[in-house]
Design a protein around this ligand. Structure first.
Ligand code: ZN
Length: 147
């Protein structure tokens, strides 16, 4: 596939998550946590709702408003970490962070998921905070949960 076609495909994946967000909503269970995270430079505001049971993320949802990059990233992230061990979710977040810094990364779960569509964001430094917002919220929630 030419790089042009690939970019177009990636744009479609991002717009699909933006228009049809996965896991949009709140969690009603006891013991769920809500993490608020803002990106003032763009105006993105995300509330991430996580349910962690026995070291696993049993549910992940989000609410909020923002640009297509921030919301599609939240949609992809919640989809990817649901059902994962906390350690694995943290690892994925670090891989995502490397990807946003334009570093080489090697992770099948990321490469084979829709998340790979966000790789091009690394070329636009102003948008990287949009893409990492939901991931940072997850990292904050999971590290606070450990204390
Ligand atoms: Zn944004």
């Amino acid at each position: 596939m030419s790089s042009n076609n690939l970019e177009q495909l990636y744009r479609q994946v991002i717009m699909d998550h933006y228009k049809n967000p996965r896991n949009k909503g709140t969690i009603d269970n006891d013991g769920k946590m809500t993490i608020n995270m803002n990106n003032p430079t763009c105006g993105d505001r995300i509330q991430l709702h996580l349910q962690v049971e026995d070291g696993k993320i049993s549910d992940a949802k989000f609410t909020g408003e923002g640009c297509s990059i921030s919301l599609s990233s939240a949609s992809m992230m919640t989809d990817a970490v649901k059902g994962q061990d906390v350690d694995e979710a943290m690892h994925m977040s670090h891989v995502f962070s490397d990807m946003m810094q334009g570093k080489d990364f090697d992770d099948d779960k990321i490469e084979e998921s829709d998340i790979a569509a966000l790789e091009g964001v690394s070329k636009f430094p102003a948008r990287i905070k949009c893409a990492t917002l939901a991931w940072k919220a997850m990292e904050k929630g999971l590290s606070e949960d450990k204390e």
